[in-house]
Design a protein around this ligand. Structure first.
Ligand code: NDP
Length: 331
């Protein structure tokens, strides 16, 4: 049964001022779509932090229900691929930007955006992965496509204690890589080792002014930090190596020279999750079902309620969230 009235977080804008409040809305308030989903879980990613605080222009239309991820059960569908009762998940596709997102008990979305929930996961586990974990998987797949294999040498993961970083460490370790985890939180060393990191290095080693080329240290990298960190990672990548760049936690700039590309044949691989075509999404979720240890997923996850998302937004932007945050819509 679809609820007539349900809870939702709404971002409203009045001039330059943005407000975020929990409201009660109805089906008629939702945007167009061909599938109605009873949302059981969502997540808080870095991008959700940016949307909720207004610190970057993630939201393109106001009012907006934020939440770039959702998982739940189809309640109503006129899309041929989905029927009431189907378990589904959704990452990106403009959720929280131009279309209402996952911070509501009910969502109306386009069926073509939905992914059937893999049998391996409950909705809560799928959201423990969320956009951050699915992006980590896309980054690992990009490294594999660039022929980066464990025998070629170590890989480094920056922002390792964060969402993308934690899942990337766990995936790469399970695939047999020697994983070097770079973190600003050395107190999380034991946590990172439990995920499979073989070495932990301090964030400061990579966050200073980069040189065009540095000592060759790794053959591959997953970077969620950008800026000087990404430049240092590229400068320290071995001959023929590859770096998957997916984030900007340190900044959007990239003060790099062409030297690593033209003298060492290093490749820079851009990772984009929001509009990734469906076929590759399906592969990424299949791979997550196979290559991500569910026990490690539980260790990296904290669950909060809808009323906690604003506080969580500040925490994640301050780099204080370890691993992943799941939003349980029943709380
Ligand atoms: P998190 O906040 O969970 O992780 C980011 C991590 O980066 C932090 O935990 C921290 O790790 C590190 N960090 C934070 N601030 C700084 C800083 N100033 N300098 C160096 N390191 C820092 O975020 P997510 O994992 O959700 O997202 C990570 C990044 O990836 C974000 O920029 C996000 O926008 C981007 N992203 C991009 C996607 C795409 O489609 N391209 C999809 C998903 C995410 P530690 O304490 O261990 O150093």
């Amino acid at each position: 049964m679809v609820k007539n009235r349900f809870r939702a977080v709404l971002i409203r804008k009045d001039g330059d001022r943005q407000s975020v409040n929990e409201e009660e809305i109805g089906l008629a308030d939702l945007m167009d779509g061909d599938v109605v989903v009873a949302v059981s879980h969502s997540t808080v990613n870095y991008k959700d932090g940016l949307a909720l605080t207004g610190r970057a222009p993630v939201v393109r239309k106001f009012p907006m229900i934020p939440g770039i991820d959702l998982a739940g059960t189809v309640q109503d569908s006129v899309h041929p691929d989905f029927r009431p009762g189907d378990k589904v998940l959704l990452n990106g596709f403009g959720l929280s930007e131009t279309h209402y997102g996952g911070y509501a008990e009910v969502a109306r979305v386009k069926g073509e955006w939905l992914i059937p929930l893999p049998d391996a996961f409950t909705p809560a586990q799928a959201m423990a992965i969320g956009t951050a974990g699915y992006t980590a998987m896309l980054a690992v797949m990009a490294l594999e496509d660039a022929h980066i294999v464990p025998a070629k040498g170590p890989v480094v993961v920056t922002g390792a204690s964060g969402g993308v970083g934690s899942v990337a460490v766990a995936l790469l370790a399970k695939l047999g890589f020697h994983v070097i985890a770079s973190t600003g939180r050395m107190q999380e060393a034991a946590y990172l080792q439990s995920l499979g990191a073989a070495e932990i290095i301090a964030r400061e080693e990579l966050s200073g002014d980069p040189r065009p080329l540095a000592k060759e240290r790794w053959t591959g990298a997953v970077d969620s930090v950008g800026s000087r960190t990404l430049a240092n990672v590229i400068a320290s990548t071995r001959y023929g190596g590859a770096v998957a760049a997916c984030g900007l936690a340190q900044g959007m700039d990239l003060p790099v020279s062409v030297a690593p590309f033209i003298l060492r044949g290093v490749s820079l691989l851009g990772i984009e999750s929001v509009y990734m075509p469906r076929a590759r999404r399906l592969i990424a979720w299949e791979r997550l079902a196979r290559d991500l240890d569910i026990g490690k997923l539980a260790a990296m996850t904290r669950t909060i309620g809808l009323g906690d998302v604003r506080r969580a937004a500040e925490e994640i932007l301050a780099g204080k969230v370890r691993g992943r945050l799941v939003v349980d819509l029943s709380q």
